[in-house]
Design a protein around this ligand. Sequence first.
Ligand code: ATP
Ligand code: MG
Length: 225
Amino acid sequence: MALISLEQVTKDYPLGKTTIHALRGVDITIDEGEFTAVAGPSGCGKTTLLNIVGCIDHPTAGSVHLDGQQVEVLSDADEAGLRLHKIGFVFQNFNLIPVLTVEENVAFPAVLAGTPKGERRDYVTYLLDAVGISEYARHRPDELSGGQRQRVAVARALVNRPSLVIADEPTANLDSETGDRILDLMRTLNTRDSVTFLFSTHNPEILRYAGRTIRLRDGRIEGTS
Ligand SMILES: Nc1ncnc2c1ncn2[C@@H]1O[C@H](COP(=O)(O)OP(=O)(O)OP(=O)(O)O)[C@@H](O)[C@H]1O
Ligand SMILES: [Mg+2]
């Protein structure tokens, strides 16, 4: 079954007296279990697309279905619930909370979701082990390297057992070896735990990990391979 489908999605941003056409009619279907990359040059619309798929942003026109639900017709509360339970995010600059420890950062979305404490603690322990960062559980993010921080961010994205993890340029702030390790980790979680991933990159090296690559140019899909 299709996990996500976008039909004729456009996104316009007003800019002074002109309009930026960030997306110009994008159709995409992603099935459960896929490991898909969105590639293309700076400004082609990758972040705009990922934010729309992740319900952080809305299209100017067109429709988005996530897990069989049409996103545009949901109330704000239902959409927030969808975001919290069905989607995990990994950002380019990690976006960890500096005053919380690693384990508290990972647990945070589960606290928001009201997951009981015992269950939460067990799953956080599992995830910290899965991403290879258990020994840093009590440390704060500023005591970690970039690659370690991104591992924490990946664990946090998974804590509510989302249907989909969206990662916008997850390796952009990492050296290439560390970036490879993050992609290896995501791919392992994809094959072993059946997590669906959609990630963006403008680094061609990273694309070899993708099961499928959607190439964007000027807000349009140029091709899929
Ligand atoms: N909030 C905004 N207001 C106005 N224009 C915007 C806004 N966000 C994005 N844009 C424009 O929309 C287009 C697509 O931007 P987007 O950030 O999606 O590109 P990108 O492919 O993610 O680029 P990069 O590789 O640099 O991250 C660009 O022309 C950008 O300037
Ligand atoms: Mg971007």
